[in-house]
Design a protein around this ligand. Structure first.
Ligand SMILES: Cc1cc2nc3c(=O)[nH]c(=O)nc-3n(C[C@H](O)[C@H](O)[C@H](O)COP(=O)(O)OP(=O)(O)OC[C@H]3O[C@@H](n4cnc5c(N)ncnc54)[C@H](O)[C@@H]3O)c2cc1C
Length: 467
């Protein structure tokens, strides 16, 4: 075969990771993206109302996201992330709780002792949570087909422990509360992200808008590696052609490729393949389009002053779950310096039908309870971004429908956070899926395999204690 032609359909993180991994091989790689810029759900948009570039939503990665962080390091983008080793939890009427690992203790003891720092939980509740965490370590991932909520109930966890600890962690990491989340991925996030290794729970927060980070810098890196980026080009259909190749149709154009990585979101896949001869290439295609989704909302706020010294914190007992104060976004405008803040509400189904003004008023009241400065602060601009299909809902029935990388048609592979990665919908899941898809393509063309990063190495005690 002469230099093979590889198409990547979809320029979110999964597609970009696949293209990046295939770019240094002897192949021509083209990314076809329907939007005008790359990044997919991890992107920003120019908001005419606030006249600002607004991220769809603040994104954070954790230390256990080994593929994402490795890739950011390789592309020299990790310098634009801030690493935080401690989390501050704020609950009305309680002193702030700083949740940090005990550095001189080996994993998993480093984290279980840190539970004592959660002062918004009574001593009894902390003991209850610690008990369940130990049992979770000893419970194999696929030992229960139900939800994390079912398992927590079996362990005798109280409503308060579930709502004020387990749900707080799970909804941030999975976009779903314990009673909906499948046990295996919920356990994976809790074990890999909190107890298995010392740096696993570090939080990595972008210090540049996502459009700049992924849409400009990462896209530039792909171009430097020789990837052809075609943005504003929606793929309309894909056909198998002779000799094992594919014909890809875009408005006013059609091109031949030897391999295709389909890296769209789950809900775009049936639109692309449904009703075509390729519809049987992916099992459960019609069901995939209807996967239940979890909503995430970002409320972007510009005040005349900073509300807090904290750069980010977890907020309890209200609508608002996280407050971020990133380095970017604050600007000197005509009248005043505008201090940018973002409040995130994950698993925000409860906001459905609530008028935007009511959401804003509720969040502002909550901020006043948490931060004295908010009582005097003047709100200069705001923008609410609701994404009802932000992430697929990681329910047990969804886990069973997630497709593998390889399809029933040779040369056609899937990438995307919804594929079988073991991860919930995250940047790590997307990047891992992209690397895996690239690896399948690379092997089929007799290229070197694509390096895929292992989870963080567990120490001896963690290996002994964790199933
Ligand atoms: C509000 C919100 C908050 C989030 N917070 C976090 C977080 O804090 N941490 C974290 O790790 N993850 C977070 N996520 C999840 C993370 O953004 C996603 O898991 C990840 O970006 C998915 O990447 P992807 O490439 O699989 O899919 P996508 O980003 O959806 O990319 C698919 C791409 O395919 C393109 N496409 C679709 N159809 C076609 C077509 N026919 N032709 C050409 N192109 C097409 C789309 O335009 C899109 O660019 C969040 C997501 C949202 C929405």
């Amino acid at each position: 075969m002469s230099r093979p032609r590889i198409a990547v359909v979809g320029g979110g993180l999964a597609g970009m990771a696949a293209a990046w991994a295939l770019a240094d091989r002897a192949a021509d790689v083209t990314v076809l993206e329907s939007r005008r810029s790359l990044g997919g759900r991890a992107g920003s948009f120019a908001d005419p109302r606030t006249t600002r570039d607004v991220d769809y939503c603040q994104h954070v990665a954790m230390g256990c996201c080994t593929n994402f962080l490795w890739w950011m390091r390789q592309t020299e983008l990790l310098q634009h992330f801030r690493r935080e080793t401690r989390l501050t939890f704020l609950a009305p009427g309680a002193p702030p709780s700083t949740f940090a690992a005990t550095p001189w203790l080996p994993a998993p003891l480093h984290r279980t002792t840190a539970l004592d720092q959660l002062r918004f939980l009574s001593r009894g509740r902390r003991a209850e949570v610690r008990r369940a965490l130990w049992r979770l370590m000893r419970t194999p991932p696929h030992s229960t087909p139900g939800t994390m909520g079912d398992w927590l109930r079996q362990q005798g966890q109280s409503d308060e422990a579930i709502e004020r600890f387990w749900d707080v962690i799970l909804v941030s990491a999975l976009g779903e509360v314990a009673r909906h989340a499948a046990f295996a991925p919920a356990r994976m996030v809790l074990i890999e992200g909190f107890v298995a290794a010392p740096r696993a729970s570090d939080v990595w927060i972008p210090q540049r808008p996502l459009a700049d980070l992924f849409g400009v810098r990462l896209a530039g890196n792909l171009q430097q590696r020789g990837v052809l980026l075609r943005t504003g080009v929606p793929v309309r259909s894909i056909q198998q052609s002779g000799a094992g190749g594919f014909q890809i149709h875009t408005p006013g154009d059609s091109a031949a490729f030897d391999r295709v990585v389909l890296a769209t979101a789950w809900f775009a896949l049936p639109r692309l393949l449904g009703g075509t001869p390729l519809q049987h290439a992916v099992d459960n295609l019609p069901a995939l389009g209807k996967l239940p989704a979890a909503a995430i909302s970002g409320l972007h706020l510009w005040f005349d002053r900073p509300l807090s010294e904290l750069r980010h914190c977890v907020l309890l007992d209200g609508l608002a779950q996280w407050l971020f104060r990133p380095d970017f976004g604050s600007v000197q405008a005509a009248e005043a310096f505008e201090h940018y803040h973002q409040v995130v509400v994950s698993g925000s189904h409860s906001l459905r039908g609530m008028p935007d003004e009511q959401i804003l008023a509720t969040v502002l009241e909550e901020l006043k309870r948490h931060f004295p400065a908010a009582r005097q602060a003047r709100l200069l601009r705001h923008r609410l971004v609701n994404d009802p299909r932000a992430v697929f809902s990681i329910r047990p029935e969804v886990e069973a429908l997630r497709p593998p990388t390889e399809t029933g048609v040779e040369g056609l592979v899937l990438a995307g956070d919804y594929t079988q990665t073991g991860w919930p919908a995250t940047m790590e899941g997307a990047v891992l899926s992209g690397f895996r898809a690239a690896d399948v393509v690379a092997r089929s063309l007799a290229f070197q395999p694509v390096p895929i990063q292992s989870p963080l190495r567990r120490g001896r005690l963690a290996r002994w204690l964790i199933e």
